[in-house]
Design a protein around this ligand. Structure first.
Ligand SMILES: Nc1ncnc2c1ncn2[C@@H]1O[C@H](COP(=O)(O)OP(=O)(O)OP(=O)(O)O)[C@@H](O)[C@H]1O
Ligand SMILES: [Mg+2]
Length: 261
């Protein structure tokens, strides 16, 4: 029997010399992102950290196809990004759920593109909710869920469209510290199961260190990448049980951020 071909790794993102300017009042332009390059390898977990206003969300939104680049190019698996694509999923800090739909209907919304019968759509939506620890909660509305639960629904909804790339913009920024820790565990579990390529924007150095394979530190706006760290320590990593390498990396990032202005 012939061996089946190895799956082609997908979800490779290439950002090449990308600068972004926005129109501003009086016909002027504001530079939001200085020319920036990075590569997200298939299945890798990369964090982007930098001072407020440095262009993190702008870069993420450009990879998502929401914001056009002013110069340079962004490719996903060799294809130039020209607009939103369901294979590139996004989770924002604000939950962005439809308040008039139940949790299962919110997730089911993302399944529409697969053209499933209603019953199949509901059963898949419930399976995605179970994957994020929300079994039995499918018929609740967003207003009946806690912040952490809403963010789980948002993650389940994004996963439902089977993204090759998962872009997350401070997804846990609005959650308390304990809920964040459980969301980190959940996210790493999901990432290990799906092996999507993740780009994760955060303000929080520990969050970046606990989650990522690679951390890019940006300068103040218009930002560019000023330092890149590869984090090789095995997961799970815990902020209450750190080693010397962790502290060294933490100090390096903190120093960079302090001098980023
Ligand atoms: N749609 C827009 N129109 C005009 N200017 C914009 C727009 N979006 C962002 N900017 C500007 O671009 C710069 C970068 O903003 P961005 O939201 O990317 O920063 P950020 O690094 O995500 O900040 P934060 O950490 O506070 O979320 C800022 O100066 C911001 O005012
Ligand atoms: Mg932002």
């Amino acid at each position: 029997m012939a061996a089946s071909p190895a799956p082609v790794p997908s979800g490779r993102v290439r950002v090449d010399g990308v600068a972004i300017r926005f129109p501003s009042s009086g016909g002027r332009q504001v530079d939001a992102l200085a020319p920036t390059g990075l590569v997200l390898e298939p299945g890798s977990f990369t964090a982007l950290i930098g001072p407020s206003g440095c262009g993190k969300s702008t870069l993420l939104n450009a990879v998502a196809g929401f914001v056009p680049v002013s110069s340079g190019r962004i490719d996903v698996d060799g294809k130039a990004v020209s607009g939103p694509d369901p294979e590139v999923g996004v989770v924002f800090q604000q939950y962005a759920l439809f308040p008039w739909l139940t949790a299962a209907q919110n997730v089911g919304f993302a399944l529409k593109r697969f053209g499933l019968a209603n019953a199949e759509r509901r059963s898949r939506a419930l399976a995605h909710l179970a994957e994020v620890g929300l079994e039995g909660r499918g018929d609740l509305y967003p207003g009946q869920l806690s912040g952490g639960m809403k963010q789980r629904v948002a993650l389940a909804r994004t996963l439902a469209s089977r993204p090759k790339v998962l872009l997350m913009d401070e997804p846990f920024g609005a959650l308390d510290a304990q809920t964040r820790v459980s969301m980190h565990e959940l996210l790493l579990g999901v990432w290990e199961a799906h092996r999507t390529t993740v780009l994760f924007v955060t303000h929080d150095v520990d969050e970046a260190l606990v989650l990522s394979d690679r951390i890019h530190v940006m300068s103040a706006g218009p930002g560019r990448i000023v330092e890149t760290l590869d984090i090789e320590s095995p997961r799970p990593r815990r902020v209450d049980d750190v080693d010397a390498t962790y502290l060294e990396n933490r100090n390096r990032i903190m120093r960079r951020l302090r001098h980023a202005r």
